[in-house]
Write a protein that binds this ligand. Structure first.
Ligand code: G6P
Length: 635
């Protein structure tokens, strides 16, 4: 959460900082600001609200400075207003700090600074850092020493960008349990929380590891550990194709990303499933170079080497328990993953919300596999849970859309989903790709452990290959889904129910509607409806039931009947031609016939579209819903 950027070079800094910030807006959009050194003086431009407000300030002021840092904020300490927007300054207004994360002992530090006569202008925890650096600098007269001493006083997980008017040829970056990358160009350097933001300028990047400080100049970067020792690290090459971020003719990124799902599935399947007769293979992925050919350059392949699953057959056979950790939408994908793996491999799988692992005994050991699922690969709680599992000796595996993320650094085994960047804050295509990864992983484990026959594996792979075409059939009915959905746009509460493989779909459907439209929605296991939630039902409450032929069909239908008996407005996601559904529900959002086992890959799509159309109709900011951020790096 929160995005940090920086620039030093021959170009005007403000437009570069803005373009970097555009790439990081997914990390928060409560306010944005830059600190630049203009004619030897530090000056700050910052504004509450979206980046456009800062852009206007920059356009009006036309700064010509060639060095600066910037920030986009997701508020933690202090409301999102101009005053609390970053950068924050020290008392002499010569040092500026941008900050991502939380300083846990900031109140203590602030009290001491106040006793020493320092005055505070904001409610943030960040401002203490600016004052502390400045205070130490007064005696040390050396920025690096001031930073070393300051980080020794801070508790928490954080990343910082710092500039000082006394050192206009340098930017300092500090990383403590977060992500920061320095991009190296030709006589210019960049700083960003996410390497994606510098990729538009250079593909040569040095990542800061934990407890490291970078001193950045136009010519390059020097790295130091918090104990002051210099660290040598060669730059790595990112994929040379910068991400193209455009709406492709769609009104919103969200709608575009929903429509990309058949392609995303095809790409993920193509990468790991060569042919139904061949075993699923998570071989290391080799990044093609700019000519499209695989490269033998060791440096260029540094990133790609960490891809893939590197567990031996013996290790795969020896696993007796799987623990999955994830947050948000990734947690819902993991709940489906549990059912897939349990069914195919006869292995016990537990799924936990990663933040719930804190302070708890994690039940893993040397014969467990712990899987962290995270679209961004940066979610603090998910990373912490995986680190905890590692300490206990568990094998680890990550499923992510970002091979350059922190997650890829902390596990040797990585399944990369082939989604391209997901711009919309609410996850859609990455959810489907995470589900696909779990289907592939389930088959992979089952094949390696001899838990399924060759014939069964072949059938599963063929069925999986057919899914993208079925998805296209749902998307072709988008207008029908739009008209049906808008009938429910005035609802205040919506209930989603499903069983078995589609209980997680009900949770995800409710989450999408909440995130996008701000309508209160809850997902329940259909069998739980009668144990409490049914009390909220009346004729004003729509109930969305996921109803797919299979072992839980009849029981789910009975649960829906219970809702109908309370006069609820009845909506179903059901397969085409389901006559019982047509009789029971006021509205049926239909999907093509599909095996219950694979149905979560289809059933969620009408729900994504329904949430999108309702939110758009209500005039909500569907790509950047209020209060949310795409990458949640606070705990
Ligand atoms: C945030 C996003 C969600 C996402 C969750 C987990 O809350 O808004 O869409 O599901 O983080 O993110 P991750 O990157 O770990 O999948």
């Amino acid at each position: 959460m929160c995005g940090i950027v920086g620039y030093l070079g021959p170009a005007k800094a403000a437009p570069v900082l803005l373009s970097e910030l555009r790439c990081l807006e997914y990390r928060g959009y409560d306010s944005a600001g830059v600190a630049i050194i203009q004619d030897g003086e530090l000056s700050v431009l910052k504004a509450a609200g979206k980046l456009n407000n800062l852009e206007k300030l920059i356009t009006d002021n036309k700064p010509t400075a060639t060095v600066g840092i910037g920030h986009t904020r997701w508020a933690t300490h202090g409301v999102p207003n101009d005053q609390n927007a970053h950068p924050h300054l020290d008392a002499s207004k010569t040092i500026a700090v941008v900050h991502n994360g939380i300083i846990e002992n900031y109140e203590e530090l602030k009290d001491e600074l106040i006793k020493d006569g320092y005055a505070f202008e904001s409610d943030t925890d960040t401002e203490v850092i600016a004052h502390l650096i400045s205070k130490v600098y007064e005696t040390e007269k050396d920025m690096l020493k001031a930073i070393f001493k300051t980080v020794g006083l801070l508790r928490g997980a954080y990343a910082l960008g710092v500039v000082s008017q006394k050192h206009p040829d340098k930017i300092y970056a500090i990383n403590q349990h977060y992500s920061l990358s320095v991009g190296l160009g030709n006589n210019e350097s960049f700083l960003a929380s996410d390497s994606m933001a510098v990729r538009q300028y250079t593909n040569k990047v040095v990542r800061l590891e934990q407890s490291e400080i970078a001193e950045i100049t136009k010519e390059g970067v020097r790295l130091f550990a918090f104990d002051g020792k210099e660290v040598k690290r060669r730059p790595m090459s990112l994929d040379s194709n910068p991400y193209v971020i455009d709406k492709g003719g769609y009104k919103h990124f969200l709608l575009k990303e929903i429509h990309e799902q058949p392609l995303v599935l095809r790409q993920t399947l193509a990468k790991y499933l060569v042919h139904p007769t061949k075993p699923v293979s998570f071989i290391p992925h080799i990044t093609p170079n700019s000519n499209g050919a695989a490269t033998n350059n060791e440096e260029e392949n540094q990133l790609s080497k960490s891809y893939g699953v590197h567990l031996t057959e013996m290790e795969l056979k020896g696993i007796d328990r799987i623990q999955v950790v994830a947050c948000g939408t990734a947690y819902h994908a993991s709940l489906v993953g549990k059912l897939i793996i349990e069914q195919l491999c006869n292995l016990p799988v537990s799924v936990d919300i990663a933040s719930e692992i804190r302070g708890r005994r994690l039940m893993v050991n040397e014969s467990s596999l712990t899987i962290a699922v995270s679209q961004s690969g940066e979610t603090a709680d998910t990373l912490a849970a995986l680190e905890e599992a590692k300490k206990l000796g568990s094998f680890t595996l990550g499923i992510t859309n970002r091979p350059d993320s922190h997650l890829s650094q902390i596990t040797p085994n990585l399944i990369v989903t082939e989604c391209g960047i997901e711009v919309s804050v609410a996850a859609t295509k990455t959810y489907l790709a995470q589900l696909t990864s779990f289907y592939l992983l389930g088959i992979y484990l089952a094949e390696a452990r001899g838990a399924i026959t060759t014939e069964h594996a072949r059938k599963l792979k063929s069925d999986l290959n057919a899914i993208p075409t079925l998805l296209e059939q749902i998307l072709a009915k988008e207008n029908e889904i739009r008209l049906a959905s808008l009938k429910y746009a005035d609802a205040h509460d919506v209930v989603f129910i499903g069983r078995g493989f589609n209980y997680p779909t009900a949770l995800e459907g409710a989450l999408k509607l909440k995130e996008l439209s701000y309508i209160h929605a809850s997902g329940y296991a259909a069998g739980e409806l009668k144990h409490g939630p049914i009390a909220v039902l009346d004729s004003k409450v729509p109930v969305v039931t996921v109803l797919v032929p299979g072992v839980v069909y009849e029981k789910t239908l009975s649960n829906a009947q219970e809702a109908r008996a309370r006069n609820a407005q009845m909506i179903a996601v059901a397969v085409e031609g389901d006559e019982q559904a047509a009789r029971t529900f006021d509205t049926v959002l239909s999907i093509p016939a599909v095996d219950e086992f694979f149905s979560p890959l289809l059933t969620v799509v009408p729900m994504q579209l329904m949430s999108y159309f309702i939110a758009d109709y209500l005039g909500k900011d569907v790509d950047q819903p209020r209060n949310l951020a795409k990458s949640v790096t606070v705990e």
